[in-house]
Write a protein that binds this ligand. Structure first.
Ligand SMILES: [Zn+2]
Length: 344
């Protein structure tokens, strides 16, 4: 792999090819964009282009350096990521990061450190990072990978060049699923559609009976009634196997997927409502049922339900009690739907 293999991020590739050509690489970058759009794989390709034994605008991908970078075995390139089962970068890891940068590069003129989930750092770790960013050694190239730029402190942000990664198009995700993951056309297309431009989500979804679960949810939501409150949560937890997950992080990513499915269902209702059946929707197989359902709800209620789901998504990263979060969301949605029907 090299820059040539980077999907859909031509703007970013061009930016770095210019920087390499003009010898203008910055000391610190923030790579920002949603999960699964290729930020980490791009940073590896960038490392190859910088450290390749055949200098140029792209890596040769065959020399010893390129191969060692591909197998995580190059002495001037370091990755720092949250430890297993933790979502945050800890202060000890930032101290390690500082130690790495104190030592001059061994094999080239740069030393590159890539920090994953750099938006998930506590105050102490952030301060530690800031100290290095204030006076980086001349050979340092620091890359902070984040999904949310808002969660990065302004003092950190202002010392980095910000590089935004856009979501991948449905066609690109579909092609990757067909060519690299060998999925059949129809399945790849549906997964690409619900993956929100993220190849990571699409591949995750492909292995988890995601489509069946999503189909079940749409069928069930179409029949949802106010007195379903308690039973619906239980059904949901069973059908989506949320109970069975012991590891908090797994549970969190599972529930995140579920919330995205809720979001898409209600987005479809809104599209049916305001688009007179002409706006594109995700669940095309249910178009008539969705249109009928959307006539029972006002635009205002649909917006409020969508906001409720979005707020739950935001809380998900901070809330330890995921079950309660989900139950509260369902209760709120049911009340919003019911209030409207009583008043109409
Ligand atoms: Zn090379």
């Amino acid at each position: 792999m090299s820059f040539k293999s980077v999907a859909c991020q031509e703007r970013v590739v061009e930016l770095f090819q210019n920087a390499i050509r003009n010898n203008h690489l910055a000391h610190a970058y923030i790579f920002a964009g949603q999960e699964g759009v290729g930020k980490t794989s791009f940073s590896r390709e960038l490392a190859k282009a910088i450290f390749c034994k055949h200098p140029g605008l792209d890596a040769c991908d065959t020399c010893n350096n390129c191969q060692r970078i591909a197998s995580d075995n190059f002495s001037d390139l370091f990755f720092i990521l949250p430890e297993k089962n933790s979502r945050v970068i800890k202060i000890e890891q930032l101290k390690y990061f500082q130690d790495i940068l104190k030592v001059k590069p061994l094999e080239s003129k740069y030393k590159m450190v890539i920090i994953q989930s750099a938006d998930k750092m506590n105050e102490e770790a952030s301060n530690c990072l800031l100290k290095t960013l204030e006076e980086p050694p001349s050979y340092a190239i620091i890359i902070l990978i984040v999904t949310s730029l808002e969660s990065v402190r302004e003092t950190v942000r202002s010392r980095c060049q910000i590089v935004r990664f856009s979501p991948l198009s449905v066609a690109v995700v579909k092609n990757i699923l067909v060519n690299q993951f060998k999925l059949d056309n129809k399945q790849a297309e549906r997964l690409a559609f619900i993956s929100n431009g993220s190849i990571e989500r699409a591949t995750l979804l492909s292995g988890t009976h995601a489509l069946e679960k999503k189909n079940w949810l749409v069928d069930r939501l179409l029949k949802l009634e106010i007195n379903d409150n308690l039973t619906f949560s239980k059904e949901l937890f069973n059908e989506w196997h949320i109970q069975d997950l012991d590891i908090l992080e797994e549970k969190r990513s599972h529930v995140k997927e579920l919330l995205f499915s809720f979001l898409m269902y209600y987005r479809d209702l809104l599209a049916c409502k305001i688009g007179n059946d002409k706006l594109p929707i995700y669940h095309t197989d249910w178009r008539d049922a969705l249109a009928a359902r959307s006539r029972l709800l006002s635009e205002d209620v649909l917006f409020r339900i969508l906001n409720t789901i979005k707020t739950s998504l935001e809380y998900l990263d901070y809330n330890a009690n995921i079950t309660l979060l989900l139950e509260n969301m369902i209760t709120k949605i049911l009340h919003l739907q019911c209030d409207q029907r009583m008043s109409s």
